[in-house]
Design a protein around this ligand. Sequence first.
Ligand code: GRF
Length: 199
Amino acid sequence: MKNNQILRYAVMCSGNGSNLQALIDSSNTGTITASINAIIASKPESGAIKIAKSNNIKNYVLDVRSTELRDISLIKIINELKPDFIVLSGYTKKIPLKLIALYPDKIINIHPSLLPEFGGKGMYGIHVHKAVIESGKSKSGFTVHLVSKEYDKGRKLKQYEVEVLKDDTPESLSLKILELENIYYPIVIQEFIESDLLK
Ligand code: GRF
């Protein structure tokens, strides 16, 4: 709550939207005490847009003809919506510095590795899990963090670990981590809402 108003957040996605669905469910049941005011996707055909439509949530697709147009369209949408904070949920494009400046420590991301390991440019989706398996690490997991100017380097809010088993493949590891993300991302978002970070 801020000034007796329920907090509102925008969710940005590029992919299937399983975390988005978990966030919607949690906002509907009250596990997350803030509501989603819009879903912003970087791809028109993404699962996220289908989910937004079937849940009657306002949705936008960014202008992806160029990075410049994408950034302009994003800032315009955010300035119209004025969410209290922003959640990235499988959003794979770079966040413009202008948006980070407008929402300092108010943009949250989830990354499918134990950052700082296996983060940075090119480390997204199955590439992360392939690199983890190739490295021979016995643990992986996911990290929820605030977005800062440097890719995958903002303040960590939470990390969850999973064991990498000998017979794990990038696909099996990805699934194992995603299942945990779907359970815990909403919980971490609620912890963020209740923290001093939003005050
Ligand atoms: C997740 O693995 C998340 O860590 C990463 O993108 C994936 C999104 O999956 N940032 P989904 O679209 O929520 O199913």
